[in-house]
Design a protein around this ligand. Structure first.
Ligand code: SF4
Ligand code: SF4
Length: 385
């Protein structure tokens, strides 16, 4: 009860140990002291950002049940009722047949998987807002485990969760819960199925060709916004070795690892054109394979950028670029400085931004480039010149 929380809070000895130990730097001591004076609002406001690690309780010199006080101050058990789409398991072959083409050619701008633990630095709303932004833009949204539950915890002004607003099919604008954390394999499985069903790449003993296909053609990105465990790190590495970039949230810096590309080094971004055997500059797509973002806005822009692939058709690249530029403008208030690296021909330029981007490209000394049939594997070249 409120009175019990107030009585407990009065025992605080202001040692500040809770402040020092909280991974999210929450103002616990101030909240507890406000509670001691009868004001529970600060304590209850901590709930959204508290990850429930109990580190504060383990160091508290007054042995206060701090996490329980936060939970009870917020009346969590009264108001936390949500709807979540049930975990549906593997993506069906028939679904892959229907959307394999639009994904590979870039007309569905990307497949974004929200995965990983709930170790969020600023609360779970970030994950919901990221998923909503891309679902509205008709990307395919996949979710698993804690991230899938987080998506169901926020409602729009009509009281509907994201699962009630978007369909559950593997198609543009769908929001799919594949299942628990171990169902991440179904997300990797969808990418592998695109290579197998749509492009007829054999599955057996053929990882290299499939990863080459996914890296160069399937615009998929994983987002582990609350990644914490070693398991999450190994899942992330399973994705990036398959050619799918992964973005982690602020706590991901504790992994002490990143796989960052250098877009300024032109020599790093060549692929073979499987039609001719020529080495062709394809631009920094995808630029990074493991990236840590500080804030949701940075992650959103990076997701849109990392969905680009060398194989995008001009129509597909124009769609992807229009989202990237639009999101960059929305959050940074300017044109991205690297557009010239992603425009291969004039037809790649989003039609509504043509004049502005052509002027920008002229400033950068941009020249038209070939669009390759991309591969990194010499044995897949069909004809050598
Ligand atoms: S349980 Fe919540 S308040 Fe306590 S240390 Fe963990 S994140 Fe901070
Ligand atoms: S650790 Fe406990 S006693 Fe110390 S300031 Fe925080 S709530 Fe108060």
């Amino acid at each position: 009860s409120k009175d019990a929380i107030v009585e407990q809070a009065k025992r605080c000895v202001k040692c500040m140990e809770c402040l020092r130990t909280c991974p999210n730097n929450l103002p616990i001591m101030d909240a507890v002291n406000a509670a001691a004076k009868g004001d529970l609002s600060l304590l209850s406001s901590l709930y959204d950002q508290c990850i429930g690690c109990l580190k504060c309780e383990s160091v508290c010199r007054a042995k206060l049940p701090i996490h329980s006080m936060i939970v009870w101050a917020d009346d969590v058990f009264e108001r936390e009722t949500f709807k979540i789409r049930s975990g549906r398991g593997a993506i069906k072959d028939t679904e892959i047949r229907a959307v394999g083409g639009p994904i590979v050619f870039g007309e569905i701008p990307g497949v974004i998987a929200f995965v990983g633990c709930a170790n969020y630095a600023y609360g779970g709303r970030d994950v919901y807002e990221m998923a909503e932004e891309f679902a509205k833009r008709r990307y395919i949204i996949l979710a698993s485990g804690c991230a899938a539950m987080t998506l169901g915890m926020y409602k729009d002004e009509e009281g509907k969760t994201i699962y009630e607003r978007f369909p559950g099919s593997f198609d543009a604008g769908g929001v799919i819960n594949v299942g628990s954390c171990i169902s991440n394999s179904h997300i990797a499985g969808a990418a592998i199925k695109i290579a197998n069903i749509f492009a007829r790449r054999p599955l057996r003993a053929n990882y290299e060709e499939i990863a080459d296909y996914v890296l160069n053609r399937v615009g998929a990105v994983g987002v582990a916004w609350g990644a914490m465990s070693q398991k999450a790190a190994s899942i992330a590495s399973g994705f990036w070795r398959l050619g799918i970039p992964v973005i982690v949230g602020p706590h991901g810096s504790k992994y002490r690892r990143a796989l960052l590309g250098r877009s300024d080094r032109e020599e790093d971004w060549f692929v073979y054109d499987a039609r001719t055997g020529e080495k062709v500059y394809c631009g920094p797509v995808p630029e990074h394979l493991f990236y840590m973002a500080e804030r949701k806005e940075e992650a959103i822009v990076m997701i849109a950028k990392l969905c680009m692939r060398p194989n995008d058709t001009t129509k597909g690249r124009a769609i992807k670029l229009s989202h990237y530029i639009d999101l960059y403008r929305k959050f940074y208030g300017a044109l991205p400085e690297d557009i010239h690296l992603f425009v291969r021909t004039v037809a790649d330029i989003p039609i509504t931004m043509k004049d502005e981007i052509l002027a920008f490209l002229k400033e950068k000394g941009w020249k038209e480039k070939t669009i390759p049939d991309p591969t990194l594997l010499p044995r897949l070249i069909r004809r050598r010149e």
